[in-house]
Design a protein around this ligand. Sequence first.
Ligand SMILES: [Zn+2]
Length: 328
Amino acid sequence: MTKYYLGIDLGGTKILTALADDRGAILGKRKIMTEANQGIANVLANIVHASQVVLDTSSLSFADIQRVGVGIPGWVDVEAGLVHHAPNLKWEQVPITRLLEAETGTPVVIENDANAAALGEWLWGAGKGACSLIYITVSTGIGGGIIIDGRLHRGKDCRAGEIGHMIIDPKGSRCSCGNNGCLEALSSGTAIANRGKEVVEERRPSILIDFCQGDSSKVTAALVSRAAQEGDHVAQEILTTAGYYLGIGLANLVNLLSPEKIILGGGVMKAGDLILESTKCTLQDITKASSLGSSVEICKAALGDESGVVGALMVARNRLPDDNFHIP
Ligand SMILES: [Zn+2]
């Protein structure tokens, strides 16, 4: 009899749900808004609704589902099924597994969202076949998941992978965590938008000023990327600098873990190759003495926005006592 699994990528803005069978074929997907500001009960109802829609299209019900896997943006205890802290959802100490199991009547397993995305890319995406890799999402913030010797590295209390808060320049911009010069404060979409806003406020010669009609509050990372693609040198410099700092972060990771691959995902990496080229150059430059930078393959995520939901499906399908993940 065919077994079915549901994967849920629970984001601060959107929920992406996917249904797959035990051969790994994805049978349906659904994206809806999270509406985190309307409370936990509302978010749970949205998850159940999106899942129900996907199940209906395949004439299935929750009773046909072996397990639901959920990727969550925050600090989670995977064993206890507990979300300790998820700032984007405004959740503190939420027993998500128990709550969702009560709603669906189906076993639920959880994972940190970046870890889930790392698993998705490892098992089905750009990391296929690698024994060790680091997945980094460069988006509004920066997060990561680490696979070492064929296993997900969660660290003590499932807190490993806070790549965005590695300090790259102690004299750099203030990070949301309170420190200065974290990778997230230098290379994230938020950081890129902030540099763009400064350009507009300082009235430096840039097409960005036209793009936002002189209103710096309208500057986004996407707008900076558009300006760069149209040949604006100031915008190009912003992206090159973001890539430079990301390259320093990658060099630190390569020196520490020497992975086979580093996979870069998230919205910022989709905006042209300027950041990626700058990142690679910096990595090669910093590691030239050891040549470690040459031994690692730097690539973009193959699953795009779906790394997380595919990873959540993998979590649902493969969560075993030894936590080894088996490639379908
Ligand atoms: Zn920080």
